[in-house]
Design a binder for this molecule. Structure first.
Ligand code: CP
Length: 327
């Protein structure tokens, strides 16, 4: 049976089969080719989407806004602090109204134990697709772009050694949604995934169990280490990135004694030397330069962060082209 894409919500890649994700990636690749060749892609002519942001964004907002314009449609950026949401209007009422005005609603809400529930509430009441632009648990747009980038540099992902490594940062208390999405997604593509973090920065137990299950089902592997050097050693891809201690500590304070005790968790040239000679360095961005990573690494020959960021455009367009336009 043909998979159904039109009208589908895009909240977590866990709700999309591997075959469906492969189709999204094929479409992303084709859209990238057409974009680079300046070929028109009028797949959502006269369609509209509303982009609701509870938090700041550079890549996500602009890949969606530019992307929908490339597809012939129009995206409306909505700062939720300027919406009636700030006076208490419900997710349900917001979703019912906005879905009657257009063809898609996308939302970023990363508040801990709120964001995903908010998206689910909108999805339950929307007549158009709800697209997750990052919540407290998942960042599927980032996950899809990461996977596309990995496949571009390493077409065979079977037993590729990928290390997702916590790194020190103090810019803001970041969601866990990027590493959580990656540990669930990458084992489905046969990768050997290592998750490394210092004590106190756990991801939820249910996500760890699901990552192990995904690895078992798809021939990948998944392990946890609290030794940073162990994670870098012989890795084919390293993804050192900060995330907040949300599972262990729900305080919104950015800097505390625990965080400050792990300043040594930084991606340095010495760490890169431990990895495979052809290792790729990835980061969803924004990076906390000087804290998470040395400039010489992120600007160096192993870094593919700009390719990864560019692929946010092509994958966002694929998600919109495939799910929107049902009415
Ligand atoms: N990676 C990412 O989601 O970037 P923005 O926060 O700039 O959207």
């Amino acid at each position: 049976m043909e998979p159904l894409f039109k009208g589908r919500h895009f909240i977590t890649l866990e709700e999309w089969t591997k075959e469906e994700i492969d189709t999204l990636l094929q479409v992303s690749k084709e859209l990238k080719r057409k974009f680079l060749n300046n070929e028109p892609t009028p797949y959502l002519t006269n369609k509209t989407a509303f982009l609701m942001f509870f938090e700041q964004s550079t890549r996500t907002r602009n890949s969606m806004e530019a992307g929908l314009a490339h597809l012939g449609g129009h995206a409306t950026f909505l700062d939720t602090s300027m919406m009636q949401i700030s006076h208490g209007e419900s997710a349900k009422d917001t979703a019912v109204i906005l879905s009657s005005y257009g063809h898609g609603i996308a939302c970023r809400n990363c508040f801990w134990e709120v964001g995903n529930k908010y998206l689910r509430e909108m999805a339950a009441n929307s007549t158009v697709p709800i697209m997750n632009l990052q919540c407290d648990l998942y960042h599927p747009m980032q996950g899809l772009a990461d996977l596309m980038t990995i496949q571009e540099v390493s077409p065979s992902t079977k037993n590729l050694k990928v290390s997702i490594i916590w790194a020190y940062a103090k810019s803001h208390k970041k969601p866990i949604s990027v590493p959580l999405t990656q540990i669930l997604l990458f084992p489905r593509y046969g990768m050997d995934v290592t998750l490394a973090y210092p004590k106190g920065y756990d991801l939820p137990i249910w996500a760890i169990e699901k990552a192990k299950k995904n690895a078992l089902e798809h021939g990948g592997s998944f392990r946890i280490t609290h030794d940073m050097e162990d994670a870098f050693r012989n890795a084919d891809i390293v993804i050192p990135k900060n995330w907040g201690s949300w599972v262990n500590n729900q305080s919104t304070a950015v800097i505390d004694d625990l965080l400050e005790s792990y300043k040594g968790w930084k991606c340095t040239e010495d760490m890169i030397k431990l990895a495979s000679p052809n290792v790729y360095y990835m980061h969803a961005l924004p990076a906390d330069r000087g804290n998470e990573v040395e400039d010489s690494v992120i600007d160096g020959p192993h870094s593919i962060v700009y390719q990864e960021a560019e692929n946010r455009l092509h994958t966002a367009k694929a998600v919109m082209a495939m799910t929107m336009g049902n009415k």
